[in-house]
Design a binder for this molecule. Structure first.
Ligand code: FES
Length: 152
């Protein structure tokens, strides 16, 4: 599977970031395993420890399995001023996890993010590729419940 993704790109070191992105995006648990790192290392001729260095430098990558739905709540000042802290508190209670953790059912991982680029709708969060703005504690509860229902 990883070799197939690698083969879409020329074996050029400059493609490392793109390959890692695609591996993470297509993995059902949204992470990059040791096995994936080895496959990329073999393909690009880059030592695995160099790839791990890249993975730990960029916060967008994870080397640990994450939930099916990754919640990224914006913590930048415009969202903070509009109450992102209350939204974070609500999410923690609803999901029973702390920041950086995954729910026991593997459905959600809760993360914080820098500005998501839609400050006019603060407070904002993304769940996978979907953006949710003008959040309130009530709307967050509805969004989470809708996703949970969709997974039953
Ligand atoms: S500050 Fe939150 S989206 Fe820009």
């Amino acid at each position: 599977m990883y070799q197939k993704i690698c083969a879409k790109y020329t074996p050029d070191k400059d493609n490392l970031i793109y390959i890692l992105h695609e591996i993470q995006d297509t993995h059902p648990r949204h992470y990059i395993s040791e096995e994936a790192v080895q496959a990329v290392s073999d393909y690009l001729g880059i030592p695995p420890n160099h790839i791990f260095g890249v993975l730990t430098f960029y916060t967008m990558y994870s080397t640990k399995p994450r939930g099916k739905n990754i919640i990224r709540l914006c913590e930048s000042p415009p969202c903070y001023i509009k109450g992102s802290e209350n939204i974070l508190r609500k999410l923690k209670v609803l999901l029973g996890v702390e920041t950086g953790e995954t729910t026991k059912d593997g459905l959600f991982t809760l993360e914080l993010s820098a500005c998501l680029g839609v400050c006019g709708n603060a407070p904002v969060m993304m769940i996978n590729d979907d953006v949710y703005g003008d959040l309130s504690e009530e709307s967050v509860e509805e969004i989470i419940a809708r996703i949970q229902r969709g997974n039953q």
